[in-house]
Design a binder for this molecule. Sequence first.
Ligand SMILES: Cc1ncc(COP(=O)(O)O)c(C=O)c1O
Length: 463
Amino acid sequence: MSFDILREIEHRRHERADLHAAHLNAQLVRVLRTIGYDVEYVRGEGQYLYDKVGNRYLDLLSGFGVFALGRNHPTVVKALEDILHAGLPNLVQLDVSVLAGLLAERLLPRLAGMDNLFCCNSGAEAVEAAIKFARAATGRSGILYCEHGFHGLTYGSLSLNGDRIFRDGFGPLLPECRAVPFNDLEALERELRKGDLAAFIVEPIQGKGVNVPADDYLRAAAALCRQHGTLFVADEIQTGVGRTGRFLAIDHWGVEPDMVLLAKALSGGFIPIGVVATRRWIFEKVFDRMDRAVVHGSTFSKNDMAMAAALATLHVLDEERLVERAEETGDALRSQLATMVGRHEFVKAVRGKGMMLGIEFGSPRRLALKAAWAALEQANKGLFCQMITIPLFKRHRILTQVAGHASHVVKLLPPLVLTEDDCRWIDEAFEDVVADSHRVPGAIWDLGRTLAGHAVRARAGAG
Ligand SMILES: Cc1ncc(COP(=O)(O)O)c(C=O)c1O
């Protein structure tokens, strides 16, 4: 019988959780079953997912930010089909491909001050390259990062991770990596003055918590870095490619970086990709002689599929004005959601830029609510947000995430193609669930008790 992959999907889809439980990550399967997210999705289109009985879900998670264009954008699909059918001489290796050249030509002008492009296969790989490039360019070894930062989970990038849950049990990590508080120029300058830092690697808006810096922070940080001979590296892996209403988030503040890292949405969500853009002198320090022409690289980097998908993605961004739309729709959505502050006492703030939004919850004023909040926090810090995200999903078919471990922030990272109707859907869903969370006792707090039970059992090693 001939190989028919679609037939395989159709026939075996119902076994997916069992296959994963048996052969992949069984704990993830348990989590999905426990919180009721074990839906059999059969189709994705734009900002929507569809299950096998035709229910439509609004995806505000976007595959952790890769689907800025929405799923299965026809322009990217067509580019990939064309490449697949063209019989191209992909990955010759002892050659240079036109597609990578075109991507560099079209991407670099969008990244102020950047001259050269290095390609790889993921965000973490881009971070690893940035660490190596910074050390080679400056001759220094220290790397500075921010508390609560996230840059990936490979050893170099994990060494810049500001959250213990990711690091614990995996040490020792890369030496000479130090953390400073985000948004704190004095702390940054104190570290820079030590004179040993190759780079300061920072997310312009932190993904964990959706932390937006003060307006002067990133510009001043870049200036301080320059003054002290440290490279300023903007990790735009999550915030870049239009997500915040500018092509790069640093463009909100007119920051001039030494390196920019992109990945995730750059290939429209189809093919793994990562890139490091640098100033020319940095690149020339790394690739400084003919016998070092391949001193850093990766086998599948610059592959035709990733390059073509990225070129198509840039085309769609322009053609559909997605960067502008991210700002317009995102700002409208933020204002809409911000009306919850003051009306619902668990809601403390709504923040973010463009299509990267965080809704922060915190301890309420009323005594009865305060006691319920405190009991839940005691069981597991951050469970409250799951009491919001789970009903958003189950009652309203909206897929969202909690912005990190033990976080009080629910995060929205929607496709940039969101419509006014989608925003109404989001608004009504939040209104319903958040209002309900203020009813103690009530359905949402019953869920809270169940979640707390699971958390206690999991901590005891039984769950
Ligand atoms: C800011 C940032 N940097 C780096 C990474 C790592 O990217 P990847 O998961 O592609 O390795 C992520 C992933 O979430 C990210 O958000």
